[in-house]
Design a protein around this ligand. Structure first.
Ligand SMILES: Cc1cc2nc3c(=O)[nH]c(=O)nc-3n(C[C@H](O)[C@H](O)[C@H](O)COP(=O)(O)O)c2cc1C
Length: 193
């Protein structure tokens, strides 16, 4: 299934109840591929999208969060930021002038600023993943209600200060269709400058 972007955005909901049905590998590949098309600062791609099917790891994510959708849904995606001046493989993709500029710019950042920059890149991938999944007719549950260190441990990044967890997303076939939760009209853009 491939919905239009408008349809995917309109129908996406945070779904917390899942059917046990598996997600086909091809659909998962498309979601991951589209998510990683998200733009990033300097195109340095200081983020990863970790795909988890292993039930033991998903159970550890339940322990890290108290949220059972990580075990009920067959797939969990973790958007991970790389809090680094530049990812070690940046040279393979960035033309030299851009790499030098990015290195100079990022080396002035504090560790906190590097963490925030990585979070921005990773959150954009996560947002693309939510829409891409909806485009495939898949339900998702975006979450930040977990212990970051426990999530890192669960996915093999325990103790890594150079990695930051942006969003943990359960993905699968929804067992229900939540209603639209409503939005503030005042949040809509009604003036242009
Ligand atoms: C950054 C972020 C963190 C969230 N964390 C959680 C969470 O920990 N657990 C949960 O059940 N839902 C979580 N949600 C889902 C929101 O509650 C949900 O997106 C919101 O109520 C709007 O509903 P909608 O996604 O269906 O439009 C999170 C959403 C976002 C964007």
């Amino acid at each position: 299934m491939s919905r239009t972007v408008a349809d995917a955005i309109a129908t996406r909901r945070a779904v917390r109840n899942y059917l046990p049905d598996d997600v086909p590998e091809e659909a998962l590949d498309r979601v991951v591929h589209q998510a990683l098309e998200a733009p990033s600062a300097f195109n340095a791609q200081a983020r990863d999208l970790v795909v988890i099917r292993d039930p033991e790891i998903r159970r550890a994510l339940v322990d890290a969060s108290g949220q059972r959708q990580f075990i009920d849904a067959p797939v969990v995606l973790v958007a991970v930021g790389r809090a680094e001046v530049l990812p070690e493989d940046a040279g393979e993709i960035l033309p030299d002038p851009v790499r030098t500029m990015a290195e100079k710019f990022n080396s002035l950042k504090t560790p906190q600023e590097l963490r925030e920059a990585a979070l921005r890149d990773a959150m954009l991938v996560a947002g693309f993943a939510l829409v891409a999944a909806a485009g495939e007719g898949l339900a998702t549950s975006p979450t930040t209600g977990w212990n970051e260190e426990k999530v890192k441990e669960a996915i093999g990044l325990g103790g890594r200060d150079d990695r930051v967890i942006a969003l943990v997303i359960a993905m699968g076939h929804g067992a229900d269709t939540p209603e639209h939760p409503g939005r503030h009209d005042s949040r809509r853009v009604n003036e242009r400058y």
